[in-house]
Design a protein around this ligand. Structure first.
Ligand SMILES: NCc1[nH]cc(CCC(=O)O)c1CC(=O)O
Length: 317
């Protein structure tokens, strides 16, 4: 049985950005170690093609995932590799998230070409970011900072930094590290103030539900990191209940204790004035329920109001 499934080449669908390819190659390596043959299939998504608008204006649902999911459906790939952060909170009924790879350090970091760059509370600097969460948290903790749009893949954003479109660039450590830009890091934001977006730093592996149970089991054994998976269940349940999507400044970070899971989650208003943030814990087996409970708590404490005013500002209601 085991040998049968390993005769088949696992085609891995991935976006073409350098970071996406790094993640797909890391996936392929793990599969190869487990005895599978692999092949990468590069698929371009709307998020890669539309670079002149911020994500919240393209629409938050699946901008980096839709075309990959179509390839899972039509059988042209067995797996799709995503940054877990980019995966919409509800997966289509015919697909599933099979595995989450071991998580990288979760923090947001700041990159600058000036190694002596200091981020101080009362310094007027321009920081490149297109994330609503990062913009709003910067307003809260660094009110004198202004932000400038920085969409595009990491290389495009670094080019904007070189062109002095901003003084520093704010990114997830995970991507920076995977691309080998650690040398440019001038600041690491503490994860209790700049709580990351749900899923940040982890790679999610998606497949069609009907891929075949033996094959799915073999792939999961090769790729899944159990601790990361439990944390992601909690964070994604939070995201789903918040109905957040990547354009909402919500955040959630779960962590494991020996036999319990804790989660810190919340939402911040776009102007940074209202920050709702809580930490809760539960037994390991209740990770998803914990994420949901956290979201309901935040929503009832004023999160609902924040979401409503964000939608009003965007003209969605
Ligand atoms: N939405 C873009 C995106 N999706 C995943 C990462 C970084 C890698 C990760 O968090 O796993 C990034 C860039 C960033 O936020 O700096």
């Amino acid at each position: 049985m085991q040998n049968d499934i390993k005769n088949k080449i696992i085609r891995i669908g991935t976006r073409g950005s350098k970071l996406a390819l790094w993640q797909a190659e890391a996936t392929a390596e793990k599969l190869q170690l487990a005895g599978f043959a692999t092949e990468l299939v590069i698929i371009s998504t709307k998020g890669d093609q539309v670079l002149d608008r911020s994500l919240d204006k393209i629409g938050s649902k699946g901008v980096f995932t839709e075309e990959l999911e179509e390839s899972l459906r039509d059988g042209s790939v067995e797996l799709a590799v995503h940054s877990a952060k980019d995966v919409q909170s509800t997966i289509p009924a015919d697909l599933e998230l099979l595995a989450f790879m071991e998580r990288e350090k979760v923090n947001d970091v700041l990159l600058s070409l000036d190694p002596n760059f200091k981020l101080e509370r009362d310094r007027k600097v321009v920081i490149g970011t297109s994330s609503t969460r990062r913009k709003a948290l910067l307003k809260k903790y660094y009110p004198d900072v202004t932000t400038a749009e920085s969409r595009g893949n990491l290389q495009t954003r670094l080019k904007k930094l070189e062109d002095k479109q901003f003084d520093a660039l704010m990114l997830a450590y995970a991507g920076v590290h995977r691309m080998g830009y650690d040398d440019l890091i001038v600041h690491t934001f503490p994860e209790d103030e700049f709580v990351p977006a749900a899923g940040q730093g982890s790679v999610a592996i998606e497949c069609a539900k009907n891929l075949g149970s033996e094959l799915k089991k073999g792939i999961k054994e090769a790729l899944d990191h159990t601790d990361t998976h439990v944390c992601l269940l909690a964070e994604r349940a939070f995201l789903k209940t918040m109905e957040g999507g990547c354009s909402i400044p919500s955040f959630a970070l779960a962590a494991l204790k020996p036999d319990r899971v804790s989660i810190t989650g919340g939402i911040v208003s776009l102007d940074g004035r209202t920050l709702l943030q809580e930490t809760m814990e539960a037994p390991l087996a209740e990770a998803a329920a914990l994420g949901e409970k956290m979201a309901r708590t935040i929503l009832s404490q004023g999160g609902e109001q924040i979401l409503k005013s964000i939608k009003e500002q965007r003209g969605e209601v």
